[in-house]
Design a protein around this ligand. Sequence first.
Ligand code: AR6
Ligand code: MG
Length: 318
Amino acid sequence: MINKKFFTGCLLASALGDALCAPYEGGWQERLVWRIIGHTFFGKKRYTDDTQMTMDVAQSLCTQNGINQEHLAKTFAAGYKWSRGYGAGAAKMLKKIRRGAAWHSVNRAAYPDGSYGNGAAMRVSPVALYFHDKPEKRKTAVQNVSEITHANPLAIEGAQLIAAATSFALSQMNFAQFHSSLADHARAEPYQKRLQTCRIWLKAGEQPESTTVARELGNGIAAVDSCVTAIYIACRFINQPFADMLRFIQGCSGDTDTIGAMAGAIWGARNGISRLNKADINSLESAEKIEQLAEDIYDSHCIRTARRAKKQSSRNGC
Ligand code: AR6
Ligand code: MG
């Protein structure tokens, strides 16, 4: 049985990656706005839409015992706040759902081909934890969580890659297995190409600068321009301090909070909460709630595992 500390590590490192990299996102205007709204009334560091939607997924998963798209869409809509920095298309859809629209009637309203943003990939870590030992169920759940707001196949493929990488990290998979298993999840050419670059760099022990990583793998809001970047950075820093990884992400510029959230989930699933800095956790908005959600996912996993074992033993006549 995997220890609970890796579940809590995953969600907390993701939230910290989001909150601690958010001040470095975008251009000077975004950074100025975040200086003003980046702290709570009590001085805690605020998280952005990445963590809000991750918490929404975790909460819905645990109360519904799986993915219920109607419930999740309403949970996303209820959690929406402009000050979390949602993407423009996602914001429009969530406001429509809040006014009563069905998610499947609005998920192509902003873009007929569906959003290709990284907003699906940034929120799938709870699914990776919940279904870490059931890869087929994980894939279906990722598809269902993603398409509520991100119907574009590239957004969904990015979400599949991040979820798979997070599950593999949790299971302490070795480097070679990790990368060959991940390659099976990449169908689209941009993902294949970027994953190959990532593998070459890691295998050769190359240490490209953050600007080179941003140029070669991307640092933008499109899923293809950020998911492999997050996977590469998490792999490169997997045995190094969390703070060093975040400093590198901050240097990448662009969509730093989402790259931080996705890389954080992978790093935290592998290293656990004990390798995170307590002062950082204490400085984070709603850290206790995030930890509790991770514990709920863990408890639900334990209950399902025990049920399966009981069924198996009664089948074996034990
Ligand atoms: N056609 C044209 N432009 C598109 C398309 C498309 N099919 N899909 C996306 N865009 P959105 P997200 C552009 O709104 O993915 C936040 O900071 C369009 O300019 O679905 O949920 C989050 O934290 C659109 O506004 O948002 C993420 O880091 C933008 O991509 C990031 O934004 C984002 O797509 C993306 O969040
Ligand atoms: Mg973001």
